[in-house]
Each structure stands twice: as C-alpha cells, then as structure tokens.
Design a binder for this molecule. Structure first.
Ligand code: AMP
Length: 289
C-alpha cells in the first residue's frame, strides 16, 4: 500500500496508472475510519483495479464554531485498517497542499445545498464540493463511492458531477450501523456512555416514521411531529431539524405519496448526529426492525 501526501505525486501516480489502463476507484473520507468507511472500500474494490482512499479533515467545510480542531484523527490506526481492507493508495494531503496561500476558487451549489444540513451549517457544502472537485482532479477516478449516511452530500455530488461534467460513476453505499442500530460515525467517539445510549433516539425516531408509514400515514407533518415528540423525551437531545423531502430536489413534501427521504440532525449534548431513511424502499438505510 502506497501513502501519498503531495498533490503533485498523487496526480502523477494516478496518471501513470490510467495510462496503463487501470480503472481507479476513489473513497473520500476524513479518516478515523470505521466499518462504514470500509464498506465503501469494498464497493470500490468491486468496481476498480486500484482503490484510492483519501483522508483529509477539510478545514473549508467546518464552520468557525464547529469541531475542526478536535475532529478525531489517528493515522496509524487508519493505515492498518486500510491495509487490511485492500486499499492500494492512501492519499493524505496537508491543508497547505490543498489550499496553498492565495487559494481563491470554490464550488458553490445554489439549490439542493440550501436546506437540511446546509441550513444549519452555512458554507459546509461549499467546502465539501470544493474539496471533492479537487480530489476528483487529483485522483482522476472512474468510480467514486459515497455513503447514504450523508444523503444530502451524496445528492450534491451527483449534481456537481452532472453540472460540471465530471465523467465519474457515483456509487451510493448503504448506512452501516452498530449492533444496536446507531449509524456509525467518527463523531460517535465524542459521546459519553450516557449520551451513547441516548443517541439511539435518532434511529428510534426513524423507526417511528417507518412504522407510521407502514400503518398508512402519509401526512408529513404528523410523521415529523411524532418523531419530534420521541426526541423530546431524551434529556440530552436537541433537534436541529427533522424533515421529509423529495429525493430529487430535497424539498419538503406535505405528503408521502412519492419516494421520500426522512432525514434528521439532532444534538446529543454538544455532538451533532445525523441519520436518515428512504421510503418506501428503505434498503439503503439498514434500519433494524
Ligand atoms: P466522513 O469520513 O465522515 O467524511 O465519511 C466519508 C464517507 O463515508 C462519506 O461518503 C460518508 O457518507 C461515508 N460514511 C460515513 N459513515 C458511514 C456509515 N455509517 N455507513 C456508510 N457510509 C458512511
């Protein structure tokens, strides 16, 4: 397994591989890897000859009061996990390599990025799309794998690929969960034991939505109200948003008569967690019964 830290080396290496006819698969991450990330590697392996996993805690996607400096990092652990998962190249650029002095070009999306996480994290998706566009240019992937865990992000990447003509196949990977159903996240390490138990409230709220839907409820307001009522029972929880949106434009819908995304962001103590469910086909959510 190769470890590359320079942007120039990355581009040179991948250009040589492509000239040799290799298909490149990219898995972009912020590191502190867990089984969710490794499931993306597995999908990339199935579709590419060479798998590049990038680890970059991207400063431009964090707000001034967010957790950039304390985001968990453990390169040695990540390296071991990557090796075992069959990653071929780990790309770990420094912030200075990605954003040299005088950096001034950003990718902005003006519709899908406005709601959900974009509403509470202004500038977040501008940072995400910018870094992903740069990673695309640096690793020249044929296929890239993103997790449904970050459903809005995945939808935005598809939109960017279409609108900026990136000729890249985008694969969406199902949400990987802990044994008790909590969606895996590097940020779960922030949770105290009590908060870890209370974090189950997110998936319980999604289960409430699914149960009501299966019972025939189609009114988005009633489903959101039931989810909210459940979260309010949790001492350390504070709802950021609970939304039912269409899968294309991610706009709130009043009725669940067409396929929808049920998404929520909840603070458990100081930790902001997200989770989601698609209906009626909930296969990407992996939500336990
Ligand atoms: P992150 O390191 O949090 O930026 O995530 C890197 C990639 O892994 C993104 O495409 C995420 O959607 C994906 N991912 C994160 N958590 C999970 C999970 N629990 N299951 C599946 N994919 C995930």
């Amino acid at each position: 397994m190769k470890i590359i830290t320079s942007a120039e080396d990355m581009q040179k290496t991948v250009l040589a591989l492509k000239r040799a006819g290799k298909r490149i698969g990219l898995v972009p991450t912020m590191g502190f890897l867990h089984e969710g990330h490794l499931s993306l590697v597995k999908l990339a392996r199935q579709q590419a000859d060479v798998v590049v996993l990038s680890i970059f805690v991207n400063p431009t996607q964090f707000g001034p009061n967010e957790d950039f400096s304390r985001y968990p990092r453990n390169f040695e652990r990540d390296r071991t996990l990557c090796e075992a998962a069959g990653v071929d190249i780990v790309f770990t650029p420094t912030p200075e390599a990605m954003y040299p002095a005088g950096y001034s070009v950003y990718v902005e999306e003006n519709a899908l990025s406005k709601g959900l996480c974009g509403a509470s994290r202004p500038g977040h998706f501008r940072g995400v799309l910018t870094v992903v566009a740069k990673l695309f240019n640096l690793t020249l992937p044929d296929v890239v794998v993103f997790g449904q865990k970050d459903a809005q992000q995945a939808r935005l990447i598809q939109q960017m690929a279409r609108d900026l003509n990136f000729s890249i196949t985008i694969v969406l990977a199902p949400i990987i969960r802990e044994a008790d159903g909590l969606a895996m996240s590097s940020r779960n390490t922030y949770l105290s034991p009590a908060e870890r138990r209370e974090a189950l409230g997110l998936q319980q709220a999604l289960k409430t939505a699914r149960r009501l839907y299966r019972e025939g409820e189609r009114d988005a307001r009633r489903i959101i109200a039931a989810m909210q009522a459940g979260i309010e029972q949790i001492p350390s929880a504070r709802v950021d948003y609970i939304a039912v949106v269409d899968l294309d434009m991610l706009q709130p819908v009043p009725q669940l008569n067409t396929p929808v995304l049920v998404a929520l962001a909840v603070y458990i103590g100081k930790t902001r967690l997200i989770d989601n469910l698609t209906l009626p086909d909930d296969s990407l959510s992996n939500l336990p019964e």
